[in-house]
Design a protein around this ligand. Structure first.
Ligand code: SAM
Length: 280
């Protein structure tokens, strides 16, 4: 194929991918349209090859009519980017403003919804430990991607990300030396076993599965961003029903309750950090 031919075939492929992502958004509410990047393309190509389809137009047809196929594709596409103490200012706020209130409770239940490979969960475990309330806490950590949940349970991360995690921890008001929390070999760090105590990992799909009872704190950060308004409303209702009165809901930095059905049922506690409290 000459240069022009190659260019045209690439453009056609991109067009088909955009149409496929549009179909997914319209039919199921998941929005990957802003992620029509190299990662998405690689995952779609992989699925195309193993499914013996000729092109994305065929895949689009299959997505529309075959929900099981869509669910597998969804796992391929789901974006798992995460960090320990991601957005350090958020963790600082939790430490300074939410923990003192949680300390007044006899027992504390925390739910990480869409926990990815567990970094957010272990960050919370460290925080609760340092604030001396972990012994009376229970952390539930869920994701719909079984493979990523396995990684979360292992708590083993590449050595090269530790610099970022350490910086985040320090900025978030961490009280110790971050290296107290792991052992390292040449390539990886293994988080201390004690950080896994009080953590229960389980599979849970926010769109199709039910409530978790009487939570004091729910973190669902950088997940709703991929859902359309209808799905967001459904998931936010689930969080509302899962929280005890006065419980806290934390969203990602680009997410908000504004213009959702739940806007009036929560009061904003920290606007910038996206921390909300369920009204009594
Ligand atoms: C970008 S990561 C966010 C991880 C972490 N909360 C953070 O903010 O660093 C999004 C996670 O949401 C999960 N997810 C997406 N849709 C989901 C759904 N319907 N039910 C449960 N988890 C979902 C993905 O598998 C992924 O691990």
């Amino acid at each position: 194929m000459n240069h022009d031919g190659k260019k045209e075939s690439l453009e056609n492929e991109n067009l088909e991918i955009r149409m496929l992502l549009e179909a997914i958004h319209q039919k199921y509410g998941y929005n990957f349209k802003d992620y029509a990047n190299a990662h998405t393309k690689r995952r779609l190509r992989h699925r195309l090859n193993i499914s013996n389809m000729k092109n994305y137009a065929q895949m689009m047809h299959r997505v529309i009519y075959d929900e099981t196929f869509f669910n597998n594709l969804l796992l391929d596409l789901s974006i798992n980017v995460t960090e320990m103490f991601r957005d350090p200012g958020f963790y600082k706020k939790i430490r300074q403003e939410i923990i003192p209130l949680l300390k007044t409770y006899a027992f504390i239940k925390v739910w990480h919804a869409g926990c990815s490979a567990g970094q957010e969960v272990y960050s919370m475990s460290i925080l609760l430990e340092e604030e001396k309330i972990k012994h009376r806490s229970q952390i539930y950590a869920t994701d719909f991607n079984e493979l990523i949940l396995e990684k979360a349970k292992n708590g083993i991360y590449p050595l090269e990300v530790m610099k970022t995690y350490t910086g985040n921890y320090q900025q978030s008001g961490g009280k110790k030396d971050f290296s107290d929390y792991y052992t390292a070999d040449y390539h990886n760090v293994i988080l201390r076993q004690s950080l896994k105590e009080k953590v229960l990992f389980s599979s849970h799909n926010l769109v199709t599965d039910g409530v978790f009872g009487e939570m004091n704190l729910i973190l669902c950060r950088n997940v709703l961003i991929y859902f359309n308004r209808q799905l967001q409303n459904r998931v936010l209702k689930l969080f509302h029903d899962s929280l005890c009165p006065g419980g806290y809901l934390c969203l990602g930095s680009k997410e908000s309750l504004k213009f959702t059905d739940m806007e009036d049922r929560f009061e904003p506690i920290a606007g910038q950090e996206k921390i909300y409290r369920k009204k009594r």
